[in-house]
Design a protein around this ligand. Structure first.
Ligand SMILES: *[C@@H]1O[C@H](CO)[C@@H](O)[C@H](O)[C@H]1NC(C)=O
Ligand SMILES: *[C@@H]1O[C@H](CO)[C@@H](O)[C@H](O)[C@H]1NC(C)=O
Ligand SMILES: *[C@@H]1O[C@H](CO)[C@@H](O)[C@H](O)[C@H]1NC(C)=O
Ligand SMILES: *[C@@H]1O[C@H](CO)[C@@H](O)[C@H](O)[C@H]1NC(C)=O
Ligand SMILES: *[C@@H]1O[C@H](CO)[C@@H](O)[C@H](O)[C@H]1NC(C)=O
Ligand SMILES: *[C@@H]1O[C@H](CO)[C@@H](O)[C@H](O)[C@H]1NC(C)=O
Length: 623
């Protein structure tokens, strides 16, 4: 499942690139942020490091945290750790330390640990890592742990964190190996999971269980359905569940045949797949207990130009949000880990995603041939992959004729890729040392709740904050975004231990907590609550306050720059569009002022750069 760790990028191409300068730059310039948060602010942000009631530090002798999952339910944060589950109240929001009110220890029993050790796993792996943490009903959590490579799930009381009822098998619901990526979601009482079902992590699956309908899975060991997938996210939309993931592209494999040297070349592409919520599986002859509605399509996040450049490695996806009346997900993509870091944010309209699943199918006629679209007259009716329903010709998927079921089984891939809104990324970053791997979006930012702000988290917890003008998205490749602010979220003073190093800095999740005007950034050893804006740094200087273009900040009559939570009324000034900062006068020497433009760098030709850095830089031309 995991791609082997790649060697670090070689520096030579970067030099070359800088020498090339702006000459036929494929990408627009990457302006620096309007503001960089002062480092010392960070040390004031509330942090959870495993402390309980009345303690500032975890009790002596307790293990380091090894956080796997966090779940916020209103003003309560649940933290799934290794062998532990915590409940942390987020109120009062003025607190300086986040402490748990409840802690539950859920260890693997000695026999599970013994079996795990006997199968050759390390002691540190043979523990219970919480990999699924979901809300099941108003008072119940559903939690799965890897349980020393023998996953189990159970209900837990939200209030007391006590287990409710028996544990059930976690197979196909939770990975065995804590390092594996998995996603899980409840809908209508059914649990939808994407993970691996076996100890060796060979059998990847999208699985449905619990609830009233039959248990279903994807076809086993069929590389047309999955090829080394890495699951990123799932959302419910309409009558389907959509799964976002990346995998090795089978449709490019024909390239490998004529040229044996290319055998090592594995092109990773990003995908969206969907299944009908009401699928009940196929007939006893075809696709029994398997999805009859599974289809997948490529996600197209690419920079147009002479050398069309694809960001192929999906890292994170938001939930469905409404932007200018469209149902949209924002997704952050990167370059492969063996090339120079580069990242991009693309937006996808769910109605366009759905439309691709109504389009042409793609097939490979023989193992030697290239993949081509299936002519429409060869597609059976009703359309393979559709949701059966009472009142229609076939009232349940198990009633579909074998012809349709066979077609679905052998044609899971759609021909067209899902286009991104505006036909290009909204944000591109190619000059950072680290990839962007997390995304959170606030579509109700500012005092009137009518601005959109996107927060992008890097591998090491640096957050980049952008103002988005969705209406400008049709304008083209320059992107409809303003880079407002860059700030750190990793509190090295509290979250690090000598042994942790870069791995301990890995940003696990980044979540907006609108009620406290904050972001929750989770790392293996801590959760930090960071304000969405640092308006006070511009106090005393009207030009800086208004020039920040920050929808969360406003200039108050008393000469301070204040945080404007949604619904704030009263007197303040702001200029989010950035139209009228000139003529506000300078405030040299004021404490809040920061030099502008000191990070300016030339524009770049990333495609050129990456052709040096890695092999799987772009997809081959589409036939
Ligand atoms: C699961 O339940 C069984 C039976 O109640 C129990 O023996 C076992 O310890 C439980 N496993 C975990 C990881 O809680
Ligand atoms: C878990 O809770 C759900 C309701 O939230 C209930 O239907 C189910 O039976 C419970 N499962 C177990 C194993 O207790
Ligand atoms: C589907 O139709 C069959 C008869 O054609 C009927 O027996 C069955 O109950 C129907 N199922 C549903 C879910 O409506
Ligand atoms: C991706 O989108 C770009 C820009 O619209 C387009 O030129 C390109 O052909 C698309 N690629 C695929 C594979 O659909
Ligand atoms: C947001 O609402 C305010 C007050 O109604 C209005 O002045 C402003 O133009 C709006 N901004 C956007 C981007 O819609
Ligand atoms: C953006 O476009 C939509 C539809 O075209 C329109 O309803 C909306 O008012 C526009 N918003 C702004 C801020 O111009």
């Amino acid at each position: 499942m995991r791609t082997p760790r790649a060697p670090p990028p070689r520096p030579a191409p970067l030099l070359l690139l800088l020498l090339l300068g702006e000459a036929n730059g494929l990408f627009p310039e990457e302006p620096p942020p309007l503001s960089v948060a002062p480092r010392d602010y960070l040390n004031h942000y509330p942090v959870f490091v495993g402390s309980g009631p009345g303690r500032l530090t975890p009790a002596e002798g307790t293990d380091d945290l090894n956080i796997q999952r966090v779940l916020r339910v209103n003003r309560t944060l649940f933290i799934g750790d290794r062998d532990n589950l915590y409940r942390v109240e987020l109120e009062p929001s003025t607190t300086t330390e986040l402490r748990y009110q409840r802690k539950l220890t859920w260890r693997s029993n000695p026999s599970d640990i013994n079996v795990c050790r006997m199968k050759g796993k390390q002691e540190g792996e043979c523990r219970n890592f919480v990999k699924v943490l979901l809300l099941r009903d108003e008072s119940t959590l559903f939690v799965c742990g890897s349980n020393a490579f023998n996953p189990v799930c159970a209900n837990y009381s939200m209030d007391t964190l006590q287990p409710l009822g028996d544990n059930i098998s976690g197979m196909a619901r939770c990975p065995y190996d804590p390092k594996h990526a998995n996603v899980a979601l409840f809908s209508e009482g059914m649990l939808f999971t994407a993970t691996v079902t076996d100890f060796l992590a060979i059998d990847a699956v999208i699985y449905r269980s619990l609830g009233d309908r039959p248990t279903l899975r994807t076809v086993k060991h069929d590389s047309k359905w999955f090829k080394e997938p890495y699951f990123v996210h799932a959302v419910e939309w309409g009558s389907h569940i959509y799964f976002f993931f990346r995998e090795i592209a089978m449709e490019f494999n024909y390239l490998e045949k004529p040229r044996a040297r290319f055998l090592a070349l594995k092109v990773v592409v990003s995908r969206v797949a969907r299944v009908c919520k009401n699928d009940v599986g196929g007939s006893p002859r075809v696709l029994e207990k398997q999805w009859t509605s599974f289809l997948k399509a490529r996600l197209n996040c690419s920079v147009p130009g002479d050398s069309h450049f694809y960001f192929n490695v999906l890292q994170a996806v938001t939930g469905v949000v409404s932007l200018e009346g469209r149902p949209v997900v924002l997704a952050v993509f990167s370059t492969p880990s063996n090339s120079i870091p580069g990242s991009a944010v693309c937006a996808f309209d769910m109605t366009q995603v759905a439309a691709v699943f109504e389009g042409r199918f793609r097939e490979q006629k023989s193992p030697e041939s290239i993949w081509t679209p299936v002519p429409e007259d060869q597609v059976p009716r009703p359309r393979p992959g559709c949701c059966a329903a009472p009142g229609m010709q076939y009232n349940a998927s198990s009633a579909f004729p074998d012809e349709i079921l066979n077609f679905v089984k052998t044609h899971p891939l759609m021909d067209e890729a899902v286009p991104s809104l505006g036909h290009g990324p909204w944000i591109v970053r190619t000059l950072m040392r680290h990839r962007l791997t997390r995304v959170a979006v606030d579509v109700g930012a500012g005092p009137w709740g009518n601005h959109t702000v996107v927060f992008l988290g890097s591998e090491v917890g640096t957050v980049l904050k952008f103002l988005i003008w969705p209406n400008a998205s049709t304008a083209g490749a320059t992107g409809p975004s303003v880079f407002l602010e860059e700030f750190e979220t990793y509190r090295a003073d509290r979250c690090g231990r000598s042994s942790s190093g870069e791995a301990g800095r890995r940003l696990l999740s980044l979540e907006l907590d609108t009620a406290s005007g904050g972001l929750l950034a989770a790392f293996p050893r801590c959760v930090v609550r960071v304000p969405v804006a640092r308006c006070q740094q511009y106090s005393g200087c009207m030009k800086n306050c208004i020039g920040s273009q920050d929808p969360y900040c406003g200039w108050a009559p008393d000469g301070s720059c204040i945080f404007l939570s949604p619904g704030t009324r009263g007197t303040f000034e702001q200029d989010v569009s950035g139209a009228s900062t000139s003529g506000l006068g300078d405030c040299t020497g004021e404490p809040g002022e920061r030099p502008r433009g000191r990070h300016a760098r030339p524009g770049t030709d990333l495609a050129h750069l990456l052709s040096y850095g890695g092999t799987d830089r772009t997809a081959p031309p589409v036939p």
